[in-house]
Design a binder for this molecule. Structure first.
Ligand code: DMJ
Length: 682
């Protein structure tokens, strides 16, 4: 009878009250007793039936819970074997210096070269519609026919084959991942005190001045790289655009963060001369010696980090730390590394949070950090897009602290539950957990999380069974099954968002157009063919977001039709019609050209370059626009962001190069702001 007592006691007081009609304490005791009596009076078979019904109810409820609440993927990973992406990787990765795929012009591994080698060419300047059959039969060689079928049927079905793929991978990991995690985390026992020490003495490294420390490791310092400058008309046109931008900045905003080219004034954000630091490597690559030298002098004499002012950890890391490190690696000039190290020390307070997930705002002068004023949360993409730079600082100085703090972030994020590998866009630096019901997106606040999973793996020599690459593969599977859709009539592939983590919204930021390039880069390094197919289709869609506007410039955000009742397959709302001179699509075109050698991508880029020349160029530089939907009313916004100089113009220049390996992607990895950093093979 004790069991039955237990059943009776698990009923809540309210339910008992409602069954017996009682309200008071005594009455409730009485009713509990009478319920127990009634239960005892039931025939045993009836009682068994009730218990079975209750059990069935509980099981059914569990079945309806979302899958990711029931299955802990970490547990699946513990089964040992060989990762199936070895199938492709054996041919491309056995020798990290041997890449058959890039030895022959226009040839990609397997039978899939045609998929990339036939981009939309010049005739596609006209808006092109693509029936689904076209995509499958009309020359786009899908290597995985089943997957292609599934993709073609979307959104009605999801790419099931792909889900199986990732589960196979998770089932087949050679080493227990948890063990790796434990080893690295246990190294962090005295991390906090080392951090505090570095923060206290920003001009020092290992107890001596940064300069003396670097002196002592002289032989390991970077050697200058050589570039020959523009070799054709298109490259020269880009150099001219850069010089025009630089002249305006120099005249009206020198030493300030950005130029306002319409009002011909300066724009201040962090007070770190962003445009100068962001431009250093672009000028070096373009062979602009005079401009590079004047920028170098400014960095040496006028770039100071002691101002009592909050800056954003992510922005300063990708633009300033990344810019300085890249300038150091390309030019071999130690001064840039000295500056980068001092900045690195001053950014470290961000990592003194209880969870190790960095605070978003850091005061470089006071050396303190906190969450943003408007929210307790950091953006997920921001805390996961600092790793390339901090790791490079450690490897360049032989001082591990910078890499260690960002490895902790990697490990914490890796350990968090995700939805099909996808992450919510907010994370709390105090608790180290994602915000419940936050949006999932590959646009703002989510984008470069996915980018840095792949790029960190490349930066560190593409080790097998690395958590980063497993998370990347799982995430791209999540993109394919949860976020990717086709428009109803013209079948354009796009990546939508999940509002509250659940509700699909057919909205894609221009920021997401970095993804085709990243996917292709991953594919060249052994990722599955499904990544290539998505890359190709998404590149076409991104191009359309330019071609469909009368200005031939893409809007900040595009929407996609969910059904054929909507008038257009791709459309832009008035509030989203601005263009900020962003680089993402040009970046993707660059990867497609650099990795395939197919010059049609250059033609696509040239169309867009001309559109910038026509609509964004003003007397003192290039300006962001408020409206790409009307050539007669573009509403100039009066800002030239530093990423125009660091990314958009750099990627244009490299895209138009006669030598697609002007930057060798086996040796360099671009950070999120377009600054190349070296790949470390050990
Ligand atoms: C750049 O600062 C970086 O590319 C960042 O990762 C995203 N936004 C801008 C460019 O659009």
């Amino acid at each position: 009878m004790t069991n039955i007592d237990h059943v009776a006691l698990t009923l809540s007081p309210t339910s008992i009250t409602s069954i017996t009609g009682g309200v008071g304490g005594d009455e409730s005791n009485l009713s509990r007793k009478s319920l127990r009596r009634s239960w005892n009076q039931l025939p045993r078979c009836q009682r068994n039936l009730i218990i079975m019904a209750l059990t069935a109810f509980i099981f059914t409820a569990l079945l309806f819970l979302p899958g990711d609440q029931l299955i802990n993927l970490k547990d699946i990973r513990l089964k040992p074997a060989a990762a199936p992406f070895h199938i492709r990787r054996e041919s491309t990765l056995q020798n990290p210096h041997h890449h058959p795929s890039i030895e022959k012009e226009n040839e990609l591994p397997g039978d899939i070269s045609a998929a990339v080698a036939s981009p939309m060419t010049d005739e596609s300047r006209l808006i092109k519609t693509k029936p689904a059959e076209d995509k499958l039969d009309g020359g786009v060689a899908y290597a995985d026919a089943n997957f292609a079928e599934n993709v073609a049927k979307l959104p009605e079905t999801v790419a099931v084959g792909n889900v199986n793929g990732i589960i196979d991978i998770l089932n087949n990991v050679e080493q227990p991942i948890e063990q790796n995690l434990e080893n690295t985390i246990s190294d962090t026992s005295n991390l906090r005190s080392e951090l505090e020490e570095a923060i206290r003495q920003p001009f020092k490294l290992s107890q001596v001045s940064i300069e003396s420390h670097l002196e002592s490791m002289d032989t390991q310092l970077a050697k200058a790289q050589h570039f020959h400058g523009a070799t054709n008309e298109r490259q020269s046109a880009v150099v001219a655009a850069f010089k025009h931008s630089w002249a305006g900045y120099k005249k009206y905003a020198w030493g300030h963060d950005n130029l306002k080219p319409v009002s011909q004034t300066a724009h201040e954000w962090f007070g770190l001369g962003l445009s100068i630091v962001d431009s250093l490597d672009t000028m070096y690559i373009m062979g602009l010696e005079d401009e590079f030298n004047e920028a170098r002098d400014w960095v040496k004499n006028s770039l100071h980090f002691h101002t009592n002012r909050d800056v954003n950890l992510f922005e300063v890391t990708i633009r300033v730390l990344g810019g300085l490190l890249s300038a150091y690696h390309l030019s071999g000039d130690k001064m840039f590394l000295v500056k980068a190290t001092e900045l690195g020390n001053r950014l470290l307070p961000s990592f003194l949070s209880p969870s190790g997930i960095p605070y978003s705002d850091v005061n470089l002068g006071e050396r303190s950090a906190h969450s943003p004023k408007w929210s307790p949360d950091s953006s997920t993409s921001e805390v996961t897009t600092i790793q390339l730079e901090f790791r490079d600082l450690s490897r360049s100085t032989n001082v591990p602290i910078y890499e260690r703090v960002v490895n902790v972030v990697n490990e914490k994020i890796h350990a968090l539950d995700k939805s099909h590998g996808l992450v919510p866009i907010f994370i709390n630096a105090n608790t180290g957990t994602f915000r419940n019901y936050a949006t999932i997106s590959l646009g703002a606040r989510g984008d470069s999380y996915y980018e840095y999973l792949l790029k960190q793996w490349l930066q560190t020599g593409r080790k097998d069974n690395d958590n980063l690459i497993l998370d990347y593969m799982q995430a791209i599977d999540g993109v394919l099954t949860q976020l990717m859709r086709r428009t109803p009539r013209e079948h354009w592939v796009y990546i939508g968002e999940l509002i509250n983590g659940h509700d699909f919204k057919p909205k894609m930021d221009h920021l997401t157009c970095y993804l085709p390039g990243t996917l292709l880069l991953g594919h060249q390094n052994g990722m599955p063919d499904s990544h290539l197919l998505l890359a190709k289709d998404l590149l076409d869609t991104c191009y359309q977001t330019y071609l469909r506007q009368p200005t031939q410039l893409a809007a900040e955000i595009s929407y996609f039709a969910l059904n054929d009742k909507e008038e257009n397959d791709i459309y832009v709302k008035s509030n989203d019609a601005h263009n900020l001179l962003r680089p993402e699509f040009i970046e993707s075109l660059y990867y497609f050209y650099a990795l395939t050698g197919n010059r049609s991508y250059q033609d696509m880029g040239w169309n867009i370059f001309q559109a910038f020349e026509k609509h964004s160029k003003v007397a003192a530089g290039y300006t962001s626009l408020g409206n790409v939907k009307n050539t007669l009313n573009t509403r100039m916004r009066d800002l030239m962001e530093s990423f125009w100089l660091s990314e958009t113009l750099k990627y244009f220049y490299l895209l138009f190069s006669d030598n697609r390996k002007e930057i060798d992607l086996d040796k360099w990895v671009f950070n999120s702001e377009g600054h190349p950093l070296p790949v470390y093979h050990q």
